[in-house]
Write a protein that binds this ligand. Structure first.
Ligand code: LRH
Ligand code: MN
Length: 426
């Protein structure tokens, strides 16, 4: 199924006048505060988020999974779905593959299909948290940190194979997330597990092409519930430092213990030039992988506030990789992703409106009330006319969710794929 630019222009036609009015009004207000709205729109247009290939079907938990009709049953259909998201939102310009869930069969065809939809391949993800069929060694007791040399070498070889797959697709980064850890006190020798992990990561790092990055993703618990070998940003940062200049920390928003100050972690990593990228999602308790901005939109804004500051003041930190990592237990996956893309750009747009000069002056003047007023005035701004303008200029839908429903995309996909197709992934 394709959503053409003409179809979208047809849907936008009736909303153009309202949008022009709303945009002009907001642009006028922002100009009074010294903000050029067209510059904000330009930065929004350039802000592309990678869609996880493992989150295009219905997700599930150990308590069950409710299937979704018209799920993508192949990598080609997954790329088609990301193409739909990109056509409607203008902000989903990349896909992030998970191996072995999404091994391409025909590389030229896959590259051609992605290119025809305006999609790039962002980070490729290895998987050493599930035993590959018929594999000689098991990851039951760890992979890169396992005391079993066969498991370690199998895991290192897999990561090097994933780099090879990414190279054939034009990807420029590998994400390593380890489920490695322990469920019970006494089960693991912490020092040995960490030392073995450093050794294994260095072998993977040595196989990294010159222009590639290695993203080390941390997580405090699950699937191990007593300890994890890479539980927090500090351990990931240390491992990235041990590996070398091409290694960075990846921040998955759901991988923090309750009330962790994630924006401070972001500021620290950018100052040290080691913030590689994000897995955006939201959560109330654990790694819930919920719709971005659905639970803590202010926390997301505060993170983007540090990102905008860092992108202006930390040339030592490369442009981060923006990716979503979510799981859709009850929502239509594409509607969920449209909402997440909106929440990400909304947080970014609001952070771009923060009066940085006034904020630094209030900080230097020890005026916490003033600081909060400056931040929250940006957060209280309805930036939707800016997001809509960015989409309009990109030929996307002014109202992507309404367009998705008006065009009955899910019905169309179900007609093409049936109700039984199941997407690989979580
Ligand atoms: C681990 C994680 C990781 C992926 C997986 C699908 O919780 O966030 O990024 O490999 O989800
Ligand atoms: Mn993740």
């Amino acid at each position: 199924m394709r959503v053409t630019k003409d179809l979208i222009a047809g849907l936008n036609a009736g909303q153009l006048e309202q949008q022009a009015g709303a945009y002009t009004h907001l642009a006028g207000q922002l100009a009074e505060g010294g903000v050029d709205a067209s510059q904000v729109v330009e930065r929004l247009r350039d802000f592309q988020v990678a869609i996880p290939s493992w989150a295009l079907g219905a997700g599930g938990t150990r308590f069950g999974r409710f299937s979704q009709p018209g799920e993508p049953g192949s990598l080609e259909q997954k790329i088609e779905d990301v193409g739909l998201l990109h056509a409607l939102t203008g902000s989903a310009g990349a896909i992030s593959l998970h191996i072995p869930w999404d091994i391409p069969q025909d590389y030229p065809a896959i590259r051609q299909q992605a290119a025809s939809l305006g999609l790039a391949f962002d980070a490729v993800n290895s998987n050493t948290f599930q035993d590959p069929r018929g594999a000689p060694a098991t990851y039951r007791y760890g992979s890169l940190s396992s005391t079993d040399p066969a498991a370690r070498s199998q895991a290192v070889a897999h990561n090097i194979e994933v780099i090879g797959i990414g190279e054939k697709l034009g990807s420029k980064s590998l994400t390593v997330w380890l489920a490695d850890g322990a469920n019970f006190p006494g089960q693991a020798n912490f020092q040995k597990a960490l030392s073995l992990t450093v050794e294994s990561l260095k072998q993977i790092y040595a196989a990294l092409p010159n222009d590639w990055k290695l993203f080390i993703e941390y997580k405090p618990y699950e699937p191990n519930f007593y300890s994890t070998v890479i539980p927090d940003w500090g351990t990931s940062y240390m491992l990235a430092g041990e590996c070398g200049p091409k290694a960075y920390t990846l921040v998955d928003l759901g991988h923090h213990l309750p009330n962790t100050n994630i924006e401070q972690i972001v500021a620290t990593l950018m100052l040290k030039g080691k913030l590689g990228g994000f897995h955006f999602n939201d959560s109330k308790y654990g790694d819930d992988d919920l719709t971005v901005g659905s639970i803590k939109p202010y926390a997301l804004f505060l993170i983007f506030n540090e990102l905008v500051y860092g992108m202006a003041h930390n040339p030592q930190n490369p442009y981060p990789s923006w990716m979503i990592d979510a799981s859709h237990n009850i929502k239509d996956p594409l509607e969920d992703l449209i909402q997440s893309l909106e929440a990400i750009r909304e947080a970014y747009a609001r952070a771009l409106l923060v009066d940085r000069k006034a904020l630094e002056a209030a900080r230097e003047g020890h005026d916490p009330v003033g600081c909060q007023e400056i931040l929250q005035s940006a957060f209280r701004t309805d930036v939707r006319p800016l997001l809509q303008q960015a989409r309009l200029e990109a030929g996307a839908a002014l109202q992507p969710l309404a367009a998705y429903r008006k065009l009955e995309v899910r019905k169309g996909l179900t007609r093409e794929r049936g109700t039984r197709s199941v997407a690989t992934g979580l």
